[in-house]
Design a protein around this ligand. Sequence first.
Ligand SMILES: CC(C)(COP(=O)(O)OP(=O)(O)OC[C@H]1O[C@@H](n2cnc3c(N)ncnc32)[C@H](O)[C@@H]1OP(=O)(O)O)[C@@H](O)C(=O)NCCC(=O)NCCS
Length: 166
Amino acid sequence: MFLNLWHSFMQGRPVLTQASLSDASALAELHEASFARGWSSLEFEAMLADHNILTVVARRAGPATSRRPVGFVMVRRALDEAEVLTIAVARSHRGKGLGRDLMEEAMRRLYADRISTLFLEVSETNEPACRLYRRLGFAKVGERKGYYAGAEGAASGALVMRANLR
Ligand SMILES: CC(C)(COP(=O)(O)OP(=O)(O)OC[C@H]1O[C@@H](n2cnc3c(N)ncnc32)[C@H](O)[C@@H]1OP(=O)(O)O)[C@@H](O)C(=O)NCCC(=O)NCCS
């Protein structure tokens, strides 16, 4: 654990930890910057206080450390299954593998909690997210046509995806 933190610090890579209640407003900002419909700080506070929800955050490491998260993933557990509620990475940090690191860390923790299956839902037009999930072993198990409302009445379908963790 300490060695991992030290390596991240030396390489300036974000450090992954479990979120705390005090992250609520920063997570609301990150979420609002990433999605058409944001979730409020109050909604994040309620989710962070929920013991069935796992939230992994990425914080910048290095000498000029800002403790504000630059990415996060939230997963809800139910018996031996779980679903990804949301994942977002700050625009300035995208395309560097952070989304993948966050998902892998969440999946490791779920595996340790004896979760066997992880589900998620993603817009079929969200190319970075679809690539990320396929690379992690998720496969399509369902489709909801016209699920997401788009600009000027255009709608896109939602893919339901599943990964087996054990
Ligand atoms: C989806 C998201 C979390 C990915 O985070 P990230 O840190 O950029 O992801 P990574 O750097 O780990 O890259 C993941 C994959 O996406 C690809 N990718 C990254 N940016 C891309 C882009 N602009 N266009 C196409 N593919 C892209 C990467 O190449 C990688 O695929 P690969 O492993 O096949 O090379 C991030 O784009 C984001 O926050 N998007 C807005 C919120 C969102 O859509 N969340 C998902 C909701 S289901």
